[in-house]
Design a protein around this ligand. Structure first.
Ligand SMILES: Nc1nc2c(ncn2[C@@H]2O[C@H](COP(=O)(O)OP(=O)(O)OP(=O)(O)O)[C@@H](O)[C@H]2O)c(=O)[nH]1
Length: 238
């Protein structure tokens, strides 16, 4: 297998095993990005992951094992390691591991434009990921794969747009069999988004740690406490 960058296949699981404890890679460290690939069976999760990593479309993939890949790359001039879990196809949200969603810095949800069921499952997966990750904003990409089979398309653009708008999803149309550029866009855009979110968080932390800001926040809090105490005294005397 020809390999782009430094691809290290670090592990795989036994047939249809549920990996409850994904490997620990530093969460949002800025140097490592954890990417989870979800979607109904046969939509092309492996094909598009392998296409991104190796530039190749093999056509026939082993569906019995879940893979974890570690891939070194350079994005916006920074060296990053992408850890990618290519999951076994999900039939319902019950097939997703909550631990994997919590492990992920970003999620790719794939459906095939030729398979209406895969879009319905994608919606369920989007809802599940949204529910599990409410406290941290993680970028989620919806990927419409098999765009080379446009004549057999059964999912409407209106449905897709509605879902993307509802959950603020990034949207990509891809064909693992026809080209690699679109795969690059998916993985690179997500990694960039993760880095931007991290940068914003770091900026906010630095701002909050500034002594002048801390003092100002403390004064504001004291005023708030005073106001609350005064309100409590007034209501208890009424
Ligand atoms: N025409 C076309 N076929 C594709 C494309 N992507 C994947 N396939 C084919 O679709 C089939 C399923 O692809 P996989 O990558 O194994 O799909 P998967 O989602 O990983 O499947 P599971 O592991 O069973 O969940 C294979 O026969 C692929 O060759 C695509 O973009 N276009």
């Amino acid at each position: 297998m020809s390999v782009e960058g430094n691809l290290d296949r670090v592990g795989h699981r036994s047939p249809r095993a549920r990996p409850d404890t994904p490997p620990r890679h530093a969460h949002s460290s800025g140097k490592e990005v954890n990417i989870l690939v979800l979607g109904y069976r046969g939509v092309g999760k492996t094909a598009l992951t392998v296409r991104y990593l190796t530039k190749r479309f093999i056509g026939d993939y082993n569906s019995e094992t879940e893979m974890l890949y570690s891939h070194s790359t350079c994005i916006e001039g920074k060296h990053l390691t992408l850890h990618i879990i290519d999951t076994l196809g999900q039939m319902t949200a019950d097939d997703i591991s909550q631990h994997q969603v919590l492990w992920a810095d970003c999620v790719i949800i794939v459906f095939a434009i030729t398979m209406a069921t895969s879009f319905q499952v994608a919606r369920t997966l989007v809802e599940y990921v949204h529910k599990i990750s409410t406290n941290r904003s993680i970028p989620v990409a919806l990927v419409a794969n098999k765009s080379d089979m446009i004549e057999r398309k059964t999912v409407s653009d209106t449905e897709i747009s509605r879902l993307c708008a509802e959950y603020n999803l990034l949207f990509f149309e891809t064909s693992a069999s026809e080209g690699r550029t679109s795969m690059n866009q998916v993985f690179v855009t997500l990694a960039q988004q993760v880095r931007h979110i991290l940068k914003k968080k770091e900026k906010l932390t630095r701002f909050m740690q500034n002594p002048a800001v801390a003092a100002k926040l403390q004064i504001q809090q004291s005023f708030r406490n005073l106001a609350q105490r005064a309100w409590r005294t007034r209501t208890s005397t009424l």
